[in-house]
Design a protein around this ligand. Structure first.
Ligand SMILES: N[C@@H](CCC(=O)N[C@@H](CS)C(=O)NCC(=O)O)C(=O)O
Length: 234
């Protein structure tokens, strides 16, 4: 591919991370342009029919939108395949990528919940999905379908990254007794492509984002930081 690819990004977007992980997995050099989603530039509005990141800029003025087609395009054009060969297995992987997207919606419900009732209901709904995954994971791991890293792994790594930040101030018990999910989470966190998909300030940026939600989680965060400052004061 003659031109360098450009990933149009936002620092916190989990869908952008899917594309960044696949680019890293395939050793494809790429540029990254981060945009302010609260003040979308005109060129971005013109290139993105849904007004969302990620976009992948190809040569010339060609853009791809939506993370699923972007990662499938990368899988088909760069390096060895991350999607399985068998059509039924490939369809199952696509379904679990959608499952990861539904979990991301559930995480949104968790951090946007206005009160404790909404927060715990969102937590329970998420836990049910992780419990389902426990039964779906390859028993020998380390990845979703066994030894080979797949596009499903690229979709779930950003899911678990939210919990790395949540767990700095919350005890959620989300993964209690879900040993396969926990082992999978650990393997994904240790993967270079996953680590390099975000910048070093990701935890601070996500924490600031949560503080500004004006939701139940913002209150929990506020409480925890006041507890911490009291401890420091003593
Ligand atoms: N279905 C899309 C979801 C992408 C998405 O939700 N992007 C968010 C940021 S994480 C976005 O750009 N939101 C801006 C907006 O909706 O105005 C995909 O898979 O690419």
């Amino acid at each position: 591919m003659p031109d360098t690819l450009t990933l149009i990004s936002h620092a916190l977007c989990p869908y952008v991370q899917r594309a960044a992980i696949v680019l890293h997995e395939k050793n494809v050099p790429f540029d990254r342009v981060t945009i302010d989603l609260a003040d979308k530039p005109d060129w971005f509005r013109a290139a993105s029919p849904l007004g969302k990141v990620p976009l992948l800029k190809l040569g010339g003025d060609r853009y791809l939108f939506e993370s699923a087609p972007i990662v499938e395009f990368l899988d088909e054009t760069e390096g060895s395949r991350l999607h399985p060969e068998d059509p039924a297995e490939r369809a199952r992987h696509r379904a679990y990528i959608e499952f990861a997207s539904q979990i991301l919606n559930g995480i949104g419900a968790l951090y946007n919940a206005r009160d404790d009732t909404g927060f715990y209901a969102a937590g329970e709904a998420l836990r049910a999905k992780f419990r389902h995954l426990e039964g779906e994971l390859d028993p020998d791991g380390p990845f979703f379908a066994g030894r080979a890293f797949s596009l499903v792994d690229a979709a779930f790594a950003p899911v678990f990254r939210y919990f790395d930040v949540f767990e700095t101030f919350l005890t959620l018990e989300m993964f209690d007794d879900l040993d396969r999910v926990l082992a999978w989470r650990g393997k994904l966190a240790a993967r270079t492509s996953v680590q390099e998909a975000v910048t070093a300030d990701y935890p601070a940026l996500l924490t600031a984002f949560l503080q500004n939600r004006n939701s139940w989680i913002s209150q929990l965060l506020d409480l925890r930081s006041r507890e911490r400052s009291l401890l420091v004061a003593h």
